[in-house]
Design a protein around this ligand. Sequence first.
Ligand SMILES: [Zn+2]
Length: 303
Amino acid sequence: MLIKLFKSICAAAILKTMVVLVFLYLSQTSGNAKNHTIAKGETLGIIAKKYGLTISDLAQHNRISNPNRVKVGQKITIPKKSFSINYTIKIGDTLSSIAKKYQTTTASIAKVNSISNPRKLKPGQKLKIVTGTFSKSTKPKSSISLIPNDTLTKINRPRVRRGRWKHIVVHHSGDNTNSIKGMEHYHRRVRRMENGLAYHFVIGNGINTVDGKIYVGDRWNRQIRGGHVASTALNEIAIGICLVGNFDKRTPSIKQRSSLKALVEKLRQKTGIAYREVRTHSNINPKPTACPGRRLNLQSILN
Ligand SMILES: [Zn+2]
């Protein structure tokens, strides 16, 4: 009987040790930075997904300015993935000894646990520790904060009835040298659209428009239908965003990409449009169209 009890205590202890070891192993494998050679058919998006990271995590870490331009055979490093654990303070622990142990900073631990005085730690006190502090904040910052205030004011100005808009449709202008004036003139005078510029928003590319700038069109101010898809019914309920450029020839600039992401996030927040209803022109148009070009990858921009 006694031996049996002893055996079961041993078994429990061994099991406990194993659990701890497995946990430590998992912590360490996710804590190490790794090298990765880009294979054929791999994009930063695919690699990011594989390691549970975002494209911008990878791009920032490897100083890649254009995430669409990575080459087969290119070597990149995979940053440490952050993960959080619960820690119980032991006698003799200081915030900096804990920070050092888990490769984080005292500021990060203090912030996560709302500690105002790091000297007043009590043994037994429980802490949440986010390690591998690649992302400085625990919550991802909304991309809307990238939109300049004056632009945000313009986007917010019209009152938008919930349910007024059902889709967001992304276009390219087809030419790298397009200007707002030129597009407005083309739609009003050549295409004879009485409301002028067919899109609700245009995002500049740095040639005859400011790179990444969101131009708020008159149709958005007036909350009236667009003229950007080949269907009157769809134009009635679809917000049109045009990125200046020809994305059969090149990819949108970094600033255009981040502005598009931010604008879509802002508009979805304002209108209630579902993520799946953010579409490309070719994806929603009743007639075949090459717009917005093969080199604009909407999913990778929005993720
Ligand atoms: Zn289009």
